[in-house]
Design a binder for this molecule. Structure first.
Ligand code: URA
Length: 267
């Protein structure tokens, strides 16, 4: 290639790179731009001016790294679910909650989505972790008995008699410990979406953990029996069935709460 041909070849190559967006030539020696940039502390407004050792010309703005938190990821994933199958699938691939690693099964829900009553428990324990269905053990048998007394069942597919059951957490915690507030917060977007997709007329919060998740407070003995609202739905806090197994004297209060649910469902 002649000098002049080589000159035009190089020029064409350069123009092509400029067309592609290149705006700086590579230098003979590398430049460490991390050393050049003066990074402001997170959230701080960089100080410039006479009292600062950062001169305006030195200050190179640091583009914030978009790093979503686990609850943000949960919210994005849950928000994309348009039906319950998609929600279950999203939970199955959600890897940010550490308790999932120790659990055998995802425990999603039971009952028919046409139900007017959605029961929210705490989270799976051993029987549920083994079978993948909520409320399978002794407290599940008690729950079924309680709601059968007002004509509702997880086996019923007709909206009037159906009962939909889920939990705050879809995985068993190690040694059945109470979930940490961070774990509840992380899984809350999925629960919120779950409620929106089932769209029940009333929600029953069984015990302190669903009260904490839905209402931000605990104190089930005081809270039970009083209707409140969460996510735009009426919520009735009630004793967890396992509390009735431990202390049968609580059954009287629970019976009154069940009657309140029945009355609320009247047209
Ligand atoms: N307790 C709960 O709160 N949920 C279950 O699924 C089982 C026991």
């Amino acid at each position: 290639m002649t000098d002049i041909a080589s000159y035009y070849a190089d020029l064409t190559a350069l123009e092509w790179q400029i067309d592609l967006g290149a705006d700086e030539a590579i230098q003979d020696t590398p430049v460490n731009r991390y050393e050049q940039a003066v990074k402001p502390a997170k959230g701080a407004i960089p100080k410039t001016g006479p009292n600062s050792n950062i001169k305006p010309v030195d200050f190179i703005p640091v583009i914030p790294q978009v790093q979503e938190s686990a609850p943000d990821i949960a919210r994005i994933m849950a928000g994309r679910c348009n039906d319950l199958t998609a929600l279950r699938d999203a939970l199955a691939v959600f890897e940010h909650c550490a308790i999932k690693k120790g659990a055998r099964n995802l425990v999603f829900a039971a009952g028919h989505a046409s139900a007017r009553v959605m029961v929210i428990g705490e989270g799976p324990s051993r029987d549920e972790d083994r079978t993948g269905a909520p409320f399978m053990g002794r407290s599940g048998a008690m729950l079924d008995k309680m709601f059968a007394a007002i004509g509702l069942s997880r086996e019923n597919e007709d909206g009037q008699g159906a009962l939909y059951i889920t939990n705050v957490l879809p995985w068993r915690t190690p040694q059945n410990r109470d979930p940490e507030p961070e774990e509840i917060a992380m899984m809350l977007p999925f629960l919120e979406r779950h409620i929106a997709l089932v769209n029940p007329d009333v929600i029953v919060a069984l015990g302190n953990i669903p009260c904490k998740a839905l209402l931000g407070r605990t104190g089930i003995t005081r809270m039970r029996g009083t209707w409140v609202e969460a996510f735009g739905k009426p919520v009735l806090p009630m004793f967890h069935p396992s509390a009735l197994l431990r202390d049968p004297a609580k059954k009287r209060d629970s019976w009154n709460d069940l009657l309140a649910i029945k009355a609320r469902l009247q047209p």
